[in-house]
Each structure stands twice: as structure tokens, then as C-alpha cells.
Design a protein around this ligand. Sequence first.
Ligand code: ADP
Ligand code: ZN
Length: 433
Amino acid sequence: MIWNPEKECASREELHRLQSERLVNIVKYTYDNVKFYHERMDACGVKPSDIRSIDDIGMLPFMTKQDLRDYYPTETFAAPMSEIVRFHASSGTTGKPIVAGYTRNDLDNWSEGVARCLTAYGLSKHDIIQISYGYGLFTGGLGAHEGATKVGCSVLPASSGNTSKQLLLMKDLGVTALCCTPSYALFLAESLHSTPGFSPDQMNLKVGIFGAEPWSENMRAELEDKLGIKAYDIYGLTEVSGPGVGGECEYQDGTHIWEDMFYPEIIDPNTCRPLDYGQTGELVFTTLLKEGMPVIRYRTRDLTHLNADRCRCGRTMVRMGKIMGRTDDMLIVRGVNVFPSQIESVILEFAECSGQYLITIDRINNNDTFQLDLELRPDCYSDNMSRMENLKKEIVGRLASVIGLKCDLHIVEPGNIERSCGKAKHVADLRKI
Ligand code: ADP
Ligand code: ZN
């Protein structure tokens, strides 16, 4: 099913027309209402009247997270406070949080994006959805909540934490869809398998909706297997609205971006030059309809690529590849660039691994050390030393051949690595302390 076929399946010509009209409006609106962006455009010698279509977007200056921090909390707002009906704040994963303000229309458009995603995952008013993203300042909980309400799902606003209660309600209500971070989904799945009185076959779960942090294809397979679901990606960020900027369709082959509302570009993060479809670089967004806090050419720091090939589902909107991580998630260890998501992907090639891991990087005597703590599935963990040593050798070898780094691997007892109810912390970089 398609929530809004008129938009989601619009011809590329129609979309171009709509994007152009909306870009012209949003640039003028932002120029008139946001002092810092006005000054920045002036400094670049660009006037709103120079922007005639979406093809002119390259003339506009970028915005960065630092800008939003510098003009914290509300100087980047374009609407007067009397029109702001909601605030959210980013999780602050990479520093001081930023505050976003939404008008009534912004909330409607945001829930429209989520509704498109949920419908693409096959949900309807006949579904019961458990939202286990945190409710509150984080956009995940309330964002998913409003979209699900729009679709007419029966919403269980579980928020995060209290895992045994989550499982109980999931079972007793016959929940059909679970929405949370992939890390929390993994924790819920483990708990489902290990808590007496619960088993996967008592559950009515069909669909998993996971986002807010990078997760690999191998993690998808793991979650689908452990929970007996189809697991879909949902993407978004506070600066642009929240979850539902894009989502996968039934083909699970890239995340459709709702381009009539959020215009994506990919740039080279070093030179800022636009990259072609298929090339990996930094994702940049322009919000074509936002009133509260519009962003123009906002540099997300998320690394991915775009795919303009037609999708079999009939939607015409571009698809984005899985996010590798943010530019600042990239670890440089002994000169080798590595993303935690690449390590996750290798670990999960081994059926014995549970998906719980922690990377610890340090610098000792001017040399980087790279330690990987890894948990096995409880039924695979044994005190048979030679079996464990062989497995360790295999994993270390495979990691070295894929990422080019040798690690000091520690297999730790199941349950030893701290679990997360929201975004997981997979890296401890002690070099920064
Ligand atoms: P913070 O930047 O403080 O973490 P947000 O909660 O707004 O604040 O998080 C948005 C970020 O989360 C995105 O920029 C991206 O890095 C990550 N993210 C969101 N959805 C996904 C997803 N589906 N896959 C990978 N990363 C995601
Ligand atoms: Zn599709």
C-alpha cells in the first residue's frame, strides 16, 4: 500500500516542478526571517531572487550543526514563538544538543512522512504498534507516535526501558509491529529468548521499524531471525524533523527519501562538491516546507549514497543506501579508517556471535591499541578453551582481511556488555580523554 500515491509516485517532472516552487518559497522565507542565514547569503552574494528552480540549489551556502549550536537555542527559528507548538532536542550524541521548534504544519508534515513509511512497511489501522523509542525531547517516540496515529494503528506508547513489561504487553496485546533502535530490538530479542515464561512463538510480531543509529544488513538478518519479523529501516534527524524523513519499502532495497518535503544532496565532505548518484559522501538536506526551523543545505555528517533507479514498488522518490555512520564516527586506528558498522557486519557473519560488542581504542607508547570485546550467543559460549581460541582466530582473521586491522579480541561472558535502551555506545575511544 502507498499512503500518498499522488506525491510518492509523482512523475519526476512533477516532482521537479514542486521542488522548484517550494525551494523558491523556503529560501525567501528563510532569508526574510532568519538573520544569520540572511547574512550568510549576503556574504556569498546570493539573493533569493537568484533562486528560480531546484537546479539553482548549488548557489546557496551550507548550514552546519555548528551553526545551530552557535545560534542556540532559537535564533535559527523562522516562525514567531506564538506559532511554535513543540520543541525537541537532539540526543547530543556528538556534543551540545540542538533545539528544534515546530509549527502545527511542521508536525502535520512530519507525521505525513512517518505515515508514508509505516504504510510502506505494510501497516494499517489493523496493526498494533509498540513504540519503544524514548518519548520526550528525543524525536523518536513522539514522532513515530503521531505518524502511527495518523495511519490509525493502535499505538502502545511503551517508550524505552522496563524490558520485562515491554515483553509482557507485547505478548498480551498481540503487538504486530515494534519500533525502536536496532540495539534495543536486539536486547528485547535476547530477553524474549532468555526470560522464563516467554518465547517468540507466543508473539504476534510481524514488522520491526528500526532507526536512529546505523545498523548493518547482517544485523537486519539477525533481528528478523530472532524476532520472526521483517525489519525495515526508518531514517531521520532532529534538525530536519525527526524519524520519517525516509523509509524503506517492501523490497528493503534502500530508503526512499520523501523528496517533496526533504531535498537530499550528496557532497564530498572535504571539498563540498556535489557527488553523483551512487557515489558515497555526506548527506545534505533542504527542508522544503519547514516553518519553525527551516534548514537549507544542512550538512548531516551522515555518509551514504543515493540511487535514482526506479524502484519496483512504484514510488518515484530516490533511495538512499544504509548509513555507514557519521563523518565523526569514523575511527582512524593505526592510519586505517574504520566505521563501527563495518565491524558489526563482520562479527555477524559468525553465527556464534550475538551482535553485542564494544570497541576500545587507546594509544600506548604512541601506538594505537584496538580491543574488541565480543559476546557469543549463550548456547555458543563455552569454557572449552581450544574451541574458543579457534573461533577467536577465525574472527580476528576475517576482521583483518575485511577492514585491514588486527584486533585484540576478548570473548566475554554473555550479558557482560552494557545494553542500551536507545542509541548504543559501541566505541570507547580513550585517546580522546
Ligand atoms: P543526535 O545527532 O544527537 O544523535 P538525533 O537523535 O536527531 O540526534 O539523531 C539523528 C542521527 O541519527 C542521524 O543524523 C543519523 O546519524 C542517525 N540515524 C537516524 N536514523 C538512522 C538510520 N536509519 N540509520 C543510521 N543512522 C540513523
Ligand atoms: Zn520502493
